[in-house]
Design a protein around this ligand. Structure first.
Ligand code: ATP
Length: 308
């Protein structure tokens, strides 16, 4: 096999609780993440080259970096450092990213591209690494990368050669988000809307004052709700404590939440990750469609899709 295209899906967080700060500066969190049907296409191919191992990355977004500032490029560097010498000899790794997931949005777009490159090189080089090994590698590149690897393994055929117990589209994540336990996915239409501001995840965690947080999700009750298909337990605990900072800092996020609640009678409206994307869950697609046309006028980057 000389080339492969991976669908790199976005995620939303059904809830985020921040437990505290670790000595290394990262925050200990509990979150439930689920993949949504919005994806980047990541094509990875190998070209023979007599000189050296090289990485050649391009994307359809001119402002995205194409060097080691791009997390997908970093994934290729890590794979070369680990496995390059023995396996591939000299060749060029071409990475072509068609981005559809909004950037710096709280939807893990970069992490998804990174995971796609790890999966792709595992296949192209016939490394036959299992999902657990890929997830350990991915955790070194970003907290959301292991979840993206698990979701892609479930949603892309033929990425892995055997059935993997960790492949799935919805998971409880702990640690800094890298330790996963699969839970049954929620079924719903989802409206995603990214207000036109870019939010830095590091800034949100730094600015969050945990002592001011009044409402926190009961993650145990949420995962029980998913297992029992109990919508009341699920929606009651769909709380993202990072909203405490982001909503105050960026009023447009609050406005988007209010508009989505009002226009579409969403079952639940919440910010994803550290923002700014807001998502609404709809039990019927027609309600989602009504909200979509209204919200799209407000924020250009608005998508009606579904949970996976
Ligand atoms: P998360 O939910 O994991 O925090 P995010 O959706 O908030 O991620 P990304 O879209 O991953 O954020 O982008 C965060 C930053 O990373 C951006 O400023 C962007 O320039 C940079 N970046 C590096 N590589 C990529 C990539 N392949 N796709 C998108 N952004 C990238």
């Amino acid at each position: 096999m000389k080339d492969i295209t991976v669908k790199a899906y976005a995620k939303i967080n059904l809830a985020i609780d921040v437990l505290g700060k670790r000595p290394d500066g990262y925050h200990e969190i509990l979150t439930v993440m689920q993949q949504v049907d919005l994806f980047d296409l990541v094509r990875v191919s190998l070209t023979e080259d007599n000189q050296d191992i090289k990485i050649n990355l391009k994307s359809n977004l001119p402002f995205l970096p194409s060097d080691s500032r791009n997390i997908a490029y970093k994934a290729a560097e890590l794979m070369i450092a680990r496995y390059g010498n023995d396996i591939i000899g000299k060749s060029i790794i071409n990475i072509d990213i068609k981005k559809k997931i909004p950037v710096a949005a709280g939807l893990a777009g970069g992490s998804a591209d990174c995971a796609a490159v790890l999966h792709a090189l595992n296949r192209l080089w016939d490394l036959n690494l299992n999902l657990d090994t890929l997830m350990r590698l991915g955790a070194r590149l970003g907290a959301d990368v292991p979840f993206c690897l698990a979701g892609q393994a479930a949603l892309n055929e033929d990425l892995l050669l055997r059935r993997e117990p960790l492949a799935g589209t919805c998971a409880l994540a702990s640690g800094i988000g890298e330790k996963l336990e699969l839970v049954p996915p929620l079924k719903a239409s989802v409206l995603l809307s990214k207000p036109p501001v870019s939010v830095s995840t590091a800034q949100v965690y730094a600015g969050l004052n945990l002592s001011e947080v009044k409402e926190r999700p009961n993650i145990q009750e949420l995962t029980n709700g998913l297992r029992e298909n109990n919508y009341y337990k699920i929606t009651k605990n769909m709380i993202n404590v990072l909203e405490n900072y982001s909503l105050k800092q960026y009023p447009i996020i609050m406005q988007t939440k209010e508009r989505m609640t009002r226009e579409g009678k969403a079952a639940k409206v919440l910010m994803s990750g550290s923002g700014p994307t807001v998502f609404g869950l709809f039990t019927s697609k027609s309600r989602g469609k009504t909200a979509f046309s209204k919200i799209k006028q407000m924020n250009h980057e608005t998508f009606l899709t579904r949970l996976l």
